[in-house]
Design a protein around this ligand. Structure first.
Ligand code: PMP
Length: 377
């Protein structure tokens, strides 16, 4: 039987290809539904049936078999893709990478709570954790105060601008980096070398697209940090949902068939085509510009690849268009304000995950194309 899409409120029809009139096109969401067609094609092999009596326990006693098997598959996936070193490293599971990012801040903060660590990141950054950000990381480069402890978030490739960020406080005393590697997969980025940082965080949300499962993992060099991360997730949520682990395992098995080529090829081509279309649409106007991403050699595909970033970081160029989201509203497109990423309002991140299977037209692009045509400059 043909699977049926679960449409959101602005779409209708058996494949969610009808865009309902009066709806603004939403450029905001980061839901990775672009992989839905891949999973529809693998509906049977990725299906999971769990009997009611199965895996009822918290899983303390049998945490060995299934979780170990999942960990083995995660290591294999990184090896096959070549995007992270896992040999001799510890792996901790979390309820999405969100839990692990929060855990990492706690764990890397000094025990002495009278001087809690300050959390910094390079602008523009995606505010994923529940901590007060202390501003642009580069402002803290020359801090010599030994009582100032810094935790630097490095999202690489970055949300929203897709740049391959590196820690700017690297080597500064009392600073530690947390690498958010959510987008370091062949869908979104070239894979030039395996990442090998002290603490790296990945999520199934951006690999297979199963954001709703809430499953992520951290790859950690230091044993003491690993143990404290385990302790944190143990106390915070009594471990990670066994159902989510079981599903992640099933999905990774399907991905790894044929060395992951099929899913990553589909993901890359989909994202690349959307980027190309957006670039083409905007190229007839001088009013807008996009971030520049150079083509780069990818070790996974073993060739140079075109850009296919997860988001567009759109800039309104005219002086009078300082409020870029207001400009887009005129085109009936809603997006997120640049301010949310601690950047100027004239930048607006553009999420490109919205398009569903069966769309013969990308509706956001259609709105935009009409608008760009109408202003014609
Ligand atoms: N990090 C980044 C950079 C993200 O963009 C997102 C989701 N938009 C997350 C983490 C959260 O992912 P998860 O679903 O694993 O909690």
């Amino acid at each position: 039987e043909e699977p049926v899409c679960e449409c959101n409120t602005c779409y209708a029809g058996p494949d969610c290809s009808e865009f309902l009139p009066g709806c603004a096109a939403d450029a905001d969401s980061g839901d990775p539904l672009f992989l839905e067609p891949f999973w529809m094609q693998h509906a049977a092999s990725s299906a999971l049936v769990v009997a009611g009596w199965h895996r009822m326990s918290y899983g303390f006693s049998d945490s060995t078999t299934m979780s170990k098997e999942l960990e083995r598959h995660i290591r294999k996936l990184h090896y096959v893709v070549g995007n992270a070193v896992t040999k001799g490293r510890y792996i901790v599971f979390g309820a999405g990478s969100t839990q692990l990012l929060n855990a990492a801040v706690r764990v890397l903060s000094p025990d002495n709570s009278s001087s809690p660590a300050r959390v910094v990141a390079s602008v523009p950054y995606y505010p994923v954790v529940n901590f007060k950000f202390e501003g642009d990381a580069s402002l803290w480069k020359n801090t010599s105060d030994p009582n100032v402890n810094l935790i630097e978030f490095v999202t690489s490739p970055n949300n929203p601008d897709g740049q391959m960020n590196k820690a700017v406080l690297n080597g500064a005393p009392n600073s530690k980096a947390i690498y958010d590697r959510a987008y370091y997969w062949p869908h979104y980025s070239a894979i030039p070398t395996p990442a090998d940082e002290e603490l790296m965080i990945f999520t199934i949300s951006k690999v297979t697209g199963h954001a709703g499962s809430r499953f992520g993992w951290a790859i950690i060099k230091d044993k003491a940090v690993y143990e404290r991360m385990i302790e944190y997730t143990g106390l915070n949520t009594m471990g990670v949902s066994r159902d989510a682990q079981l599903r992640a395992l099933k999905l990774l098995k399907v991905v790894l068939e044929g060395g992951g080529r099929e899913m990553f090829k589909f993901g890359y081509e989909t994202m690349r085509d959307r980027w190309e279309k957006l670039r083409e649409t905007l190229s007839i106007s001088k009013r807008f510009s996009l971030q520049k991403i150079e083509p780069q050699h990818c070790n996974f595909f073993q060739k140079a690849r075109e850009p296919s970033p997860a988001y567009a970081w759109l800039k309104c160029e005219r002086e009078e268009d300082r409020d870029c989201s207001a400009v887009l509203k005129a085109a009936n497109i809603t997006g997120r304000e640049g301010q949310m990423f601690s950047a100027e309002d004239r930048y607006i991140p553009w999420s490109r995950f919205r398009v569903r299977k069966g769309h013969n037209k990308w509706k956001i692009m259609a709105h935009f194309a009409v608008y760009v045509q109408s202003v014609k400059e």
